[in-house]
Design a protein around this ligand. Structure first.
Ligand code: ADP
Length: 325
């Protein structure tokens, strides 16, 4: 067993519901082994500013049910610079902090990997993102909550779509990944799902929608669109559909998908990953992320996360489309 007396934890990148539960899991487990825990404010930015507090068991009371992250999160462009990562390691050494736990998306976990690789500070990553786009894990902290938040909104939108016999383009988050859109689309019974992984033939979509409208089987409908990387993608799709005789409404769900009370699933996932992260650290592991594979908690080398991309399962999209024939 590795001897550790002091660790630090931070949340970085886009916040996700369940990050608080993950911090709590880390803190309470570490304290149970007599390990001191520092909470770093505002991600890598706070680390570079030596801005941190000592956390007690009481510091993480009454947070398991709260969205966001009480340690705050930030984007820190300086962390791309190796000199700044060296500075971060110096700050950790000065405080006698022997390991760092990073809760965040693939960007944050890349930064964590580079910190260990270049400075030798042991790091453990926890996947915290609503996008569920991290290689090596089938689930991420916040994905389930975000999916249910989007579904709640879409179920309401469908009532209006149905009453007014209109189509709605509903934009969900997902710049590079269609995981959220695909799961939301299936669960909402969407008529179509548009994701960045597959190019969109708008003329074909318009034809399908117009045909089912004429046949009396599709006077209204929900088209779930992942936001993608192109600015105003959903407006552009709406404009194109107008050229083909349809008049869809647009609803952009935006940041409501990020916040809110974490679901029971995310609270359990975050708590378990927080606890296991400390167990793995004590067992001698580092430069890994704790994740889930086939329903089991696993460790994934952070190097793999950077090297490989998680692909959207084409079978899942096929199923989604088959359900709306
Ligand atoms: P997320 O972690 O949600 O994917 P970002 O991609 O914005 O969010 O990354 C969050 C932070 O992680 C960045 O602001 C930066 O501090 C750090 N980071 C991201 N990518 C790298 C990288 N390639 N090298 C070093 N640090 C990085």
């Amino acid at each position: 067993m590795r001897e550790i007396t002091s660790v630090a934890v931070l949340t970085s990148g886009g916040d996700s519901p369940g990050m608080n539960a993950a911090i709590r899991g880390v803190v309470r487990t570490a304290l149970s082994y007599g390990i001191t825990v520092f909470g770093i404010h505002r991600g890598f930015t706070g680390l570079l500013q030596n801005d941190m507090e000592l956390l007690s068991s009481a510091s993480v009371s009454n947070i398991v049910q709260r969205g966001g992250t009480f340690l705050k999160s930030a984007r820190c462009p300086e962390f791309h610079d190796p000199a700044c990562r060296k500075q971060a390691a110096k700050i950790l050494h000065t405080r006698n902090i022997e390991a760092l736990l990073v809760i965040g998306g693939d960007g944050s976990l890349t930064g964590a990997h580079l910190l260990e690789e270049e400075t030798g500070i042991p790091v453990i990553g926890l996947p915290g993102t609503i996008d569920n786009d991290i290689f090596g894990t089938e689930d991420t902290i916040g994905f389930d909550t975000a999916m249910n938040t989007a579904l709640d909104a879409i179920d309401r939108i469908r009532d209006t779509a149905d009453s007014h016999e209109r189509h709605f383009l509903v934009e969900v988050m997902g710049r590079n990944s269609g995981f959220l859109a695909t799961h939301v689309g299936i669960a909402a019974g969407a008529e179509m799902i548009l994701v960045p992984e597959y190019s969109v033939n708008i003329a074909e979509i318009a034809l399908q929608l117009a045909t089912s409208r004429k046949a009396g089987t599709g006077s209204s409908g929900i088209i779930v669109v992942a936001e993608g990387n192109e600015p105003d993608l959903t407006s552009k799709i709406a404009h194109e559909l107008q050229q083909h005789g349809l008049a869809p409404h647009i609803s952009i769900l935006g940041h409501i998908q990020r916040g809110g009370r974490p679901s029971g699933h995310d609270r359990v996932l975050a708590s378990c990953l927080g606890a296991v992260a400390i167990e793995y650290l004590l067992a001698g592991y580092s430069d890994i992320m704790v994740g889930v594979s086939n329903g089991e908690v696993v460790d994934i080398p952070l190097d793999d996360l950077i090297r490989y991309r998680k692909g959207l399962d084409p079978e899942l999209l096929k199923i989604a489309l088959q359900l709306h024939k």
